[in-house]
Design a binder for this molecule. Structure first.
Ligand code: FEO
Length: 431
């Protein structure tokens, strides 16, 4: 339990032993299920916790309330990590009123098949008056499920933001916020950028001093930093300069190409290169960095006339999460019917603004001389050197005698002005 303001308390709990959050995400630093309590004339508990943390949650509530019973349980989100304790909570506090939206109550029935006696239905803009404090409900569909609402408490200027602004990690685990918040966002909410943008627009009209999410720490300083990252992420804009390489390699030949590309990129001045072996590295970390960087390389082998399984799974994740607005290079390997370029381009055919870089590095079993040249060209394209070369071509010289202008990469030594016939020595470079 932790006191956040004179009357708002943190009463959530953390699971430090969970192996996989949502059945798929490793959470080495635990997982927080946040719940809050507003103790005004009326008492509202804001959201519940995963059933695994029920005992600690009730202990925290009783630490604040003693034998006093809460009036309301506000349900912003019905996913079981926040709802699986509801029935047990009602067994402890049978007179409590559940406060939520229509869809959430429908899901409540689906999960519990139980007749809850006290329910208060709220919609967008409705208020729950607790005394001096009141909650105004704002619908936030698909952030991250369709029934999601957030609420704003105007006296303390607090946004109870449901899954938005959440992260992996226990409540009291101190670490860089952005790293685990980004992995959480792109893994769990990332598909719904449009809906997050809609929520950010609604939030922009509010004076917010504190954000209380359902996972991760309470945010009460530098809120612009978090809001700005959410804006970048939900617009699918690259957040950092750099190249992210994702590869699979069966016998090491594709890996050799990847290592050569990495080395050449760094030598040519790439600010940052990150590399993921999709068969060995954590997939959610790879998904996170695919969204973090704007220049992307996929390197894989042809397999069963498609692509290697780990790359297949990775690309499925990206496409399903609305992957877009990236420059993508391909390294293909195949020994008798290479198919990688075709499969990858087909996979992104309906994705927005996936710009494929030429040439594709086409390896037949192991690298040849042509492949080394293709890698050089990919390095240039990724670092946009070709654009700089293009700029160089537009150099101009002016004839000091008649004013004629010559354009080209270089002024030939034997050049004569076509107007006044003066030699190249009478021309001046225009800087
Ligand atoms: Fe934290 Fe969408 O549940």
């Amino acid at each position: 339990m932790k006191k956040l303001t004179e009357i708002i308390y943190y009463v959530g709990a953390s699971d430090y032993k969970l192996d996989l959050f949502e059945g798929q995400y490793e959470v080495p630093n635990g997982m927080a299920y946040n719940s809050y309590l507003i103790k005004d004339e009326k008492i509202a508990v804001i959201d519940s916790v995963d059933e695994s943390c029920f005992d600690e949650w009730i202990k925290n509530i009783k630490e604040v309330l003693g034998d006093v019973e809460p009036d309301y349980l506000v349900i912003h989100h019905m996913e079981p990590d926040h709802s699986s304790s509801i029935l047990k909570f009602v067994e402890v506090y049978p007179d409590v009123t559940l406060v939520s939206g229509f869809l959430a109550f429908k899901m409540l029935d689906q999960y519990f098949h139980h007749e809850f006696k006290n329910k208060l239905l709220v919609n967008e803009g409705n208020k729950l008056i607790l005394g001096e404090h009141e909650l105004t409900f704002i619908s936030a569909p698909m952030v991250h499920w369709p029934e999601v609402m957030v609420s704003y408490e105007s006296k303390t200027k607090t946004l109870f933001s449901a899954d938005a602004f959440g992260k992996f990690g226990a409540f009291d685990y101190e670490e860089d916020w952005a790293c685990e918040a980004r992995r959480y966002y792109f893994g769990i909410v990332g598909k719904y950028g449009i809906q997050v943008q809609a929520l950010l627009k609604k939030a922009a009209s509010l004076d917010i001093q504190m954000i209380c999410p359902l996972h991760g720490p309470v945010l009460d300083k530098n809120l612009d930093y978090y809001l700005n990252l959410y804006d970048i992420w939900s617009k699918y804009e690259p957040e950092a300069e750099g190249v992210a390489i994702f590869y699979t390699s069966v016998y090491g030949h594709t890996k050799l190409a990847v290592n050569e590309l990495e080395e050449k990129l760094l030598k040519a001045g790439a600010k940052k290169v990150v590399k993921f072996d999709l068969a060995r590295d954590d997939e959610s970390e790879a998904v996170e960095d695919a969204f973090k960087y704007g220049k992307i390389v996929f390197a894989t082998t042809t397999y069963n006339m498609s692509i290697f399984p780990f790359m297949n799974s990775f690309l499925t994740h990206l496409v399903e999460h609305n992957y877009q607005n990236r420059d993508v290079a391909i390294i293909e390997n195949g020994s008798w019917a290479p198919n990688v370029e075709k499969v990858i381009k087909e996979r992104f055919k309906d994705s927005k603004d996936i710009r494929f870089i030429e040439p594709v590095v086409k390896i037949l079993s192991s690298m040849n001389e042509e492949n080394h040249k293709q890698i050089d060209q990919v390095v240039d394209a990724l670092l946009e050197k070709s654009e700089k070369a293009e700029t160089k071509k537009t150099q101009k010289w002016v004839c000091k005698i008649c004013g004629y202008t010559y354009e080209g990469e270089e002024l030939p030594e034997d050049f004569k002005c076509p107007i006044c016939k003066h030699p190249a020595s009478d021309f001046q470079k225009i800087e």
